[in-house]
Design a protein around this ligand. Structure first.
Ligand SMILES: Nc1ncnc2c1ncn2[C@@H]1O[C@H](COP(=O)(O)OP(=O)(O)OP(=O)(O)O)[C@@H](O)[C@H]1O
Ligand SMILES: [Mg+2]
Length: 333
């Protein structure tokens, strides 16, 4: 089992140090991603999904710092702790885009507007692969664009990002991410900006490429439906912590944490109109500068136990193989 692990995150804490105070965006997160598997991360806006991903790649904004923890990537040359690398070091640059590639929510942030998509994919290929000529790189770029379902790739390779539709841009970005055969793809809300049919196509594309290339995926989403469709293992985040993690079937058929239960209720049912994101969860997400004491979910929890949940932090309990939950309903006192 342990030699199947590709990435291990242990007690990761990433904080923002701002004039207004400290935001504990990621506050003691633990998880493992296995080779070739899809690890889904779900939770409401602001719970720390993106900052967890950005910590792995060391692409945090200036005020954000990893203050504690380890991010162990198992490479061919042995384990590397990414948390210890300097964000501008050659080591992390070699890992970014080669071992670990990322697809962002909004492709325009990752694609440069003034270069053709072909040029950008070629540049990624030439940067990470030795002994490749420009002609070979262009051929590979065309091949990749075809693989991600862009029609007429020989022509489209010379298109600028603005000449493509949103779905096409997302495909181009995925092609760029695939160009170095990464062992891990981080997809941060890869389909939220797209309409529903295109969403399904892009998710299928990621799934197929993953099968073909054997890479693992960390799939970040606020959408439980997407998780059900795609993930092998799931972590549910709330205010900087993972409150429950388990194989996908356990999450859907045997959810334990009241927050997970609430999230599951938020999945749109067939034939029912969706009004907003996660409308069924009562209460407001607390202010990140002023996190609740005890269990962070207690202010919104239907099973809140006074004097317990507001006083102590629930420890993580393994209730089934691979199924962990942090909630006093299941012990820990
Ligand atoms: N550049 C920043 N400066 C200060 N605080 C930030 C910054 N980026 C994120 N944060 C804070 O860190 C916390 C986690 O943010 P993060 O972007 O990881 O949320 P998320 O789960 O990805 O949400 P979403 O679903 O909206 O993308 C939030 O409280 C957010 O306000
Ligand atoms: Mg995000």
């Amino acid at each position: 089992m342990s030699n199947n692990v590709l990435l291990e995150v242990k007690n990761l804490k990433t904080y923002f140090f701002l004039d207004e105070g400290v935001v504990k965006a990621v506050d003691g997160v633990n998880f493992k991603i296995e080779k070739g598997k899809t690890f889904g991360v779900v939770g409401e806006s602001g719970c720390g999904k993106s900052i967890t991903a950005h910590s792995i790649l060391q692409i945090l904004p200036p005020r954000g710092k990893i203050v504690e923890g380890e991010i162990i990537l198992h490479t061919e040359n042995g384990p590397v702790d990414l948390a210890k690398l300097n964000s501008t070091s050659q080591e992390i640059r070699d890992i970014r885009g080669k071992e670990i590639a990322m697809v962002f929510q909004e492709p325009m942030t990752a694609l440069a507007p003034v270069y053709t998509i072909g040029n950008q994919i070629m540049e990624a290929i030439l940067l990470h692969q030795k002994n490749v000529t420009k002609e070979q790189a262009k051929k590979r770029a065309i091949d990749l664009l075809g693989r991600v379902g862009i029609p007429n790739p020989e022509k489209r390779v010379d298109a600028y990002p603005f000449e493509l539709s949103g779905g096409m841009r997302q495909r181009a970005m995925i092609a760029m991410a695939m160009s170095s055969n990464p062992s891990l793809l981080i997809a941060d809300e890869p389909t939220t900006a797209l309409d529903v049919t295109i969403q399904a196509q892009i998710l299928d594309l990621i799934k197929n490429l993953q099968k073909e290339m054997g890479m693992a995926t960390m799939l970040i989403t606020h959408n439980m439906g997407v998780v059900a469709e795609m993930a092998d293992d799931v972590a549910v985040m709330y205010l900087g912590k993972i409150v429950e993690s388990a194989p996908v079937d356990e999450i859907f058929y045997n959810p334990k944490h009241p927050y997970t239960v609430a999230l599951l209720k938020s999945i749109p049912k067939v034939g029912k109109k969706v009004k907003g994101r996660l409308e069924s969860i009562e209460g407001m997400v607390p202010d990140p500068y002023n996190l609740p004491t005890g269990c962070r979910f207690h202010t919104r929890c239907p099973s809140y136990m006074k004097g317990i949940c507001d006083k102590e932090e629930p420890p993580e309990i393994e209730i089934n193989t691979g199924h962990k939950v942090s909630c006093f309903l299941y012990g820990g006192r």
